[in-house]
Design a protein around this ligand. Structure first.
Ligand code: HEC
Length: 112
């Protein structure tokens, strides 16, 4: 009996660890995804020019919260020109994209 409990406890923690990881997203995968699906409109590179329309990913990382970025990927402002990614990406891919964008939140040096 106790072995069964121990095993189920272990499985639960493994599942929770897996879920936490999925919720965090994988920035490296997100970068590849961004190159494939976002770069034709957004400037996706760190230190790249601060493009405004649409905003560069680094600008988004600096000005938006993680939650806000997530929301704007799955449910963009209407008529903004941002395609609705809710159906184009899996939930994991959305998390990966968020992880990549938030990884760009570092100070920038503006050109003189
Ligand atoms: C067809 C061009 C296009 C593609 C492809 C595209 N976007 Fe966008 N995106 C836009 C435009 C246009 C906006 C709106 C800017 C505005 O509201 O002024 C936008 C806005 C956003 C915003 C909100 C920015 C903000 O701070 O208001 C996020 C986050 C975003 N895009 C992420 C992504 C991600 C991630 C991908 C790829 C999976 C992607 N976009 C692909 C054009 C695009």
């Amino acid at each position: 009996m106790s072995k069964v409990l121990l095993l189920s406890g272990l499985l639960t923690s493994l599942l929770l660890a897996g879920a936490a990881q999925a919720a965090e997203g994988d920035a490296a995968k997100g970068r590849l995804l961004a190159q494939e699906k976002c770069a034709r409109c957004h400037n996706i590179e760190k230190g790249a020019a601060f493009k405004l329309q649409p905003p560069s990913f680094q600008a988004i990382a600096i000005y938006r919260t993680r939650q806000d970025i997530w929301g704007r990927i799955i449910s963009p402002s209407p008529h903004s020109g941002m395609p609705d990614m809710m159906w184009a990406l899996t939930p994991d891919q959305v998390q990966d994209a968020v992880a990549y964008i938030t990884s760009l939140d570092t100070p920038v040096t503006l050109p003189q």
